[in-house]
Design a protein around this ligand. Structure first.
Ligand code: CMP
Length: 145
């Protein structure tokens, strides 16, 4: 049996992408450029909002990283200004978005990926993309309800 949300080849999926505060705050704000890259890659944008997440929400969102050395700084940074929250739909959306945004560290991100183009550092890496279908559902619920 196949159906939505299975994560198999060809299945229509939803995933979550978040343009991080340093991009939203920058003088040359590249929000439109990121959205264009997503559309060109075949994603439909089915939810979109600019929103400042409070720290408790960010702590919950990044709960899997609690206790790691970068967790406190990460929560301060993400809660420190508005993000652009994007709900995306496409076949194999989760894996396709991960490929499109590139490695977590922009220094390791493949040429032409979003983090290669717009990422500044391991922390300030321009965008977040859900790691798997379960995270996608959880993150979309946190941000979009
Ligand atoms: P993201 O994909 O949003 O997931 C967790 C975030 O933590 C990551 O992108 C970076 O912004 C940030 N981060 C900071 N330091 C590290 C690290 N050493 N390893 C992974 N993520 C890190």
């Amino acid at each position: 049996m196949s159906g939505p949300q299975k994560g198999k080849n060809g299945d229509m999926e939803q995933t979550y992408c978040m343009i991080k505060p340093e991009i939203v705050a920058a003088a040359d704000q590249q929000v439109g450029a990121v959205l264009a890259i997503l559309n060109r890659a075949g994603f439909r944008i089915t939810g979109l909002k600019m929103k400042q997440l409070d720290r408790a929400t960010v702590e919950h969102f990044y709960g899997e990283h609690a206790g790691k050395p970068f967790y406190g700084d990460l929560c301060d940074y993400i809660a420190g200004g508005p993000v652009v929250a994007i709900r995306l739909e496409r076949e194999n959306a989760v894996a396709a978005l991960r490929e499109l945004i590139g490695a977590t560290n922009p220094a390791d991100a493949a040429v032409g990926t979003v983090r290669d183009l717009f990422g500044a550092s391991l922390q300030n890496n321009a965008v977040h993309g859900s790691a798997n279908l379960e995270d996608a559902a959880r993150e979309l619920e946190i941000v979009f309800g």
